[in-house]
Design a protein around this ligand. Structure first.
Ligand code: MLT
Ligand code: ZN
Ligand code: MN
Length: 307
């Protein structure tokens, strides 16, 4: 399975245009230690021809421009090699890119019933998109495996199983009531090579579902939003803790790094790294800690082979 990290940042993008934190200020001024990142989105493919987007970020245009394999198939002037989009939640940061992808051929949106509900009722982008393009929903089952079918109707060589990560609903959902299936992780498997990718962003906490999911993973893309619980408020942002936002912090004795360090997964990579996270900075003590445990911080444009 081929994997392209189209974007590895979080929040309003790294650097944020209006943020005065040290990371943002340095990234804006071109300091090499803090590399700009677009918002997290990943493309996966078994055959290198049919690609599934995991999330469609607000930065999708820039991300597609940097990765021409999602453009028209060889020998054709028009079209896309995007075979579908898999949504792990209904956040604006995961779905806004769908509005930019309104041109062109049909491809389905794979989503849990909860996320589908948000996008049909609270933020009805699929109804709006229907004026431009065909974006049918395909049910993303939780705790059972389903083949990923290409937009041509043929099996793509990949299958997916979703598992629960959290219940936080997007701010635009009026009732705000937490729901099962609002935030899910994915286990994507290549039928031929048995290579397994686990995608877990929006992790509320360590859980039995998560432990089970990572058991046979070859590559783990994991929630690297915050280093510490109160980081956002400390940087002058909203007074929301990492846990309340369902982003298990990386650092500290109970952080995700201490857990990732114990896993036998060959490649463990942080994605969805917020601008405030000190591990973004090359040469920082936090980055050194991550790397000492054999874990990486993703960069935009990273390519991985999962076998
Ligand atoms: C998240 O990852 O939790 C969301 O994208 C944050 C948000 O935009 O509210
Ligand atoms: Zn900042
Ligand atoms: Mn996000």
């Amino acid at each position: 399975m081929h994997v392209r990290i189209l974007g590895s940042g979080a929040g309003g993008g790294v650097p944020q245009w209006n943020c005065g934190c040290r990371n943002c200020a340095d990234a804006r001024s071109g300091c090499a230690a803090v590399e700009p990142r677009t918002q997290t989105s990943v493309a996966v493919s078994a055959d290198g021809e049919r690609w599934f987007l995991v999330g469609a970020s607000p930065d999708v245009r820039q991300q597609l421009a940097a990765f021409d394999r999602l453009g028209p198939p060889p020998g054709r002037l028009r079209g896309t090699r995007i075979a579908g989009c898999i949504l792990t939640d209904g956040e604006l940061d995961t779905t806004l890119g769908l509005l930019s992808l309104r041109e062109g051929q049909r491809f389905p949106i794979h989503a849990t019933p909860a996320v589908r509900g948000f996008l049909e009722r609270d933020f009805p982008i699929t109804r709006i998109l229907a004026r431009w393009c065909e974006r049918p929903f395909v049910d993303l089952p939780i705790d059972s495996r389903a083949p990923l079918i290409g937009s041509d109707g043929a099996p793509s060589g990949l299958s997916v199983r979703a598992f629960g990560l959290g219940k936080r609903v997007p701010l635009y959902v009026e009732d705000g009531i937490p729901r099962t299936g609002a935030r899910v992780g994915l286990i994507i498997e290549d039928a031929r090579t048995r290579g397994r990718l686990v995608h877990a962003v929006g992790v509320a906490a360590r859980s039995p579902e998560l432990e089970l999911a990572v058991e046979d993973a070859d590559v783990l893309l994991f929630d690297g939003t915050f280093w510490s619980e109160d980081e956002l408020a400390a940087c002058g942002g909203p007074k929301m803790t990492a846990s309340r936002m369902e982003h298990w912090p990386v650092g500290g004795p109970h952080g995700s790094l201490a857990w990732l360090a114990t896993l036998p997964v060959r490649r463990r990579i942080y994605v969805h790294v917020n601008n405030t996270n000190p591990m973004l900075r090359v040469g920082s003590g936090e980055r050194a800690q991550v790397e000492q445990h054999g874990v990486l911080v993703a960069r935009d444009g990273d390519d991985l082979e999962v076998t």
